[in-house]
Design a protein around this ligand. Structure first.
Ligand code: GDP
Ligand code: ZN
Length: 447
C-alpha cells in the first residue's frame, strides 16, 4: 500500500515559540532514535534526552515521544522531537533527520499515510485540516465531530442500508418471474423511501456544516456617509470581537470577518475598493463588481431619513438579479423610529441604528436566514463541497431508482449501485490518486 519510507517535517508553525516539534514517520524509526539519542525510548512515554548531530554535539535537549507501529497517527513508527521553538534549532534537528535518511514530508503526508493505513477515513482526514483552519468555535466543534467519525458513521449507515437493498435486488434478478412480488414482500420500496429520507436529513445537515466551514460572502454597498463603516464596526463589536482585518491589495481594509452565532461572514466593503466619491461609478468599477458577483448576498446601506434616493436606486439596479439583498435603513435614531424588518419580494429591509445598536440583532438574524442557516449548531459536523456533491448525486440516483424499477430490475439495481458508489467517495473507499493529491496537498506541512 505504501512503502513506509521515512519522512520528516517541522510540525510547529514557523517563527519563535516556547516549543518546536520535528515529526517523523516511517516503517522503522529505531535507527533514527539510536542515532539521535543513543537508544530506543519506551513507546508512548515522554523521554527527556539530548539530541545529537553527526559529530556527537548536542543540538538541543528536549522531550522525545516514540509511537511504535501500528499504534500511532500514521499507523507507522512515529517520532516527535520536542525541542526549543527557534527556527535555527529546529532546522538543525530537521537537517539531522534528513541526513539520517528521511525525506521532507509533503503537505498533509502524515494524514495521507493515516488514511492509507486505515487509521482515518477520507472524511475524517479532511476534517483534520478543517479543524486546523476553523475560523469560529462552532466550526471547530463541527470539525471535531467529523474527525471523531460522526459524519462517516451516518454515511456508512446509509451505505449499509443500500448494500442490503442491493443484495436483495440482485438475488431477485436470478428469479425473473417473481421479481416484483419478491421485492414487495421484502419491502424494497419502503426501505428505499427510508433511505431517501435519511439521506435528505444528512444532506441538510451537511449543508449547514459546509456553511460553517466556508461562511457566507457578503458585499457591503452604499453611498458615502450612510454608515457602512459604522455598521461593520457594530457587527464586529456585537460579537466576542473575533474580527480579523485582512489588508486588501490596496491601502484600505476591504475584508472583515464577522461571526454571527458561530457562522463566519466574510464582508467585503466595496467602498474600500476605490477612493472615488461617485457611488454610482464606484459600484461600476471592476473590483467592486467582482466582489459583488462573488457574494452570496448584498447588504445595501441607506439612510432612513432620506428614504431611498435616486443614487440608492442606481446602486440597487446594478446588482445582479439573482443576488439576494438586504437593504439597511440606517440612522433610525435620528428619525425616532423603532427597529423593524420588512420583506418585499426578494428584498428585505431592516431598520436600525448603527450608532445605538438598535435593530442590529434583527439584521444578524436576517443575515443568518439569508445565508441559509437553519440550525442551532447542535450536533453538526463539518462537510465540504465535495461531500455535498456526492450526497446530491446519491440523492438523485435514489430518486431515479423507483421509476427505474418499473422499466426493469437491472435498472433499479444499477441506480442503487451508483448511489452507493457516490457515498463511498465521501469516506474514500475507492479514491483516485489525483483526488487524494488534491485533498492532502492543501494541508499544512507536518500534518
Ligand atoms: P460610510 O461612509 O458609509 O462608511 O459611513 P460612516 O460609517 O463613516 O458614517 C458616516 C457618519 O454617519 C459618521 O459621522 C457616523 O457617526 C454617522 N452614523 C453612522 N451610523 C449612524 C447612525 O445609526 N445614527 C447616527 N445618528 N449617525 C450615524
Ligand atoms: Zn466607510
Amino acid at each position: 500500500m505504501q512503502n513506509g519510507e521515512p519522512i520528516a517535517a517541522i510540525a510547529t508553525p514557523p517563527g519563535r515559540g516556547g516549543i518546536g516539534i520535528v515529526r517523523l514517520s516511517g516503517r522503522d524509526l529505531k535507527p533514527f532514535l539510536i542515532a539521535l539519542l543513543g537508544r530506543v525510548p519506551k513507546p508512548r512515554f515522554a523521554t527527556l534526552a539530548a539530541l545529537k548531530d553527526a559529530e556527537g554535539r548536542v543540538i538541543d535537549e528536549g522531550i522525545v515521544l516514540y509511537f511504535s507501529a501500528p499504534h500511532s497517527y500514521t499507523g507507522e513508527d512515529v517520532v516527535e522531537l520536542q525541542g526549543h521553538g527557534g527556527m535555527t534549532v529546529l532546522n538543525l534537528l530537521l537537517k539531522r533527520c534528513l541526513e539520517l535518511g528521511a525525506r521532507l514530508a509533503e503537505p498533509g503526508e502524515f494524514s495521507k499515510r493515516a488514511f492509507l493505513s486505515g487509521k482515518l477515513d477520507l472524511a475524517q482526514a479532511e476534517s483534520v485540516a478543517d479543524l486546523i483552519d476553523a475560523s469560529t468555535a462552532e466550526a471547530a466543534r463541527s470539525a471535531m465531530r467529523s474527525l471523531r467519525g460522526e459524519f462517516s458513521r451516518e454515511v456508512n449507515a446509509l451505505k449499509d442500508g443500500l448494500m442490503e437493498l442491493r443484495a436483495l435486488t440482485e438475488a431477485t434478478l436470478d428469479f425473473p418471474d417473481e421479481e416484483i412480488d419478491f421485492l414487495q414482500q421484502a419491502d424494497a420500496f419502503g426501505r428505499l423511501e427510508r433511505l431517501r429520507a435519511r439521506l435528505a436529513g444528512l444532506l441538510a445537515n451537511a449543508r449547514q456544516g459546509a456553511l460553517l466551514r466556508e461562511g457566507a460572502q457578503v458585499a457591503l454597498v452604499g453611498r458615502p456617509n450612510v454608515g457602512k463603516s459604522s455598521l461593520l464596526n457594530r457587527l464586529a463589536r456585537e460579537e466576542v470581537a473575533i474580527v480579523t482585518e485582512i489588508p486588501g491589495t490596496t491601502r484600505d481594509t476591504i475584508r472583515s470577518h464577522v461571526e454571527i452565532q458561530g457562522v463566519p461572514f466574510h464582508i467585503i466593503d466595496t467602498a474600500g475598493l476605490r477612493e472615488t466619491q461617485d457611488a454610482v461609478e464606484r459600484i461600476g468599477i471592476e473590483r467592486a463588481r467582482r466582489a459583488v458577483e462573488a457574494a452570496d448576498l448584498v447588504l445595501v446601506v441607506t439612510e432612513y431619513g432620506q428614504g431611498v434616493t435616486p443614487e440608492d436606486e442606481a446602486i440597487l439596479r446594478q446588482l445582479p438579479d439573482r443576488l439576494p439583498r438586504v437593504v439597511v435603513r440606517n440612522k433610525i435614531d435620528l428619525a425616532g423610529v423603532a427597529p423593524a424588518v420588512r420583506a418585499e419580494g426578494t428584498t428585505t429591509e431592516v431598520w436600525l441604528s448603527a450608532k445605538t445598536g438598535e435593530g442590529v440583532e434583527l439584521l444578524q438574524q436576517e443575515l443568518l436566514r439569508q445565508a441559509g442557516w437553519t440550525s442551532s449548531g447542535e450536533g453538526l459536523f463539518m462537510a465540504r463541497e465535495r461531500h455535498l456533491a456526492a450526497l446530491t448525486e446519491a440523492q438523485e440516483r435514489l430518486a431515479a431508482a423507483a421509476p427505474a424499477a418499473s422499466l426493469g430490475l437491472e435498472l433499479f439495481a444499477e441506480e442503487l449501485r451508483l448511489a452507493h458508489a457516490a457515498l463511498a467517495t465521501i469516506t474514500g473507499e475507492f479514491t483516485a490518486d489525483d483526488l487524494l493529491g488534491q485533498i492532502f496537498s492543501r494541508f499544512c506541512i507536518g500534518k
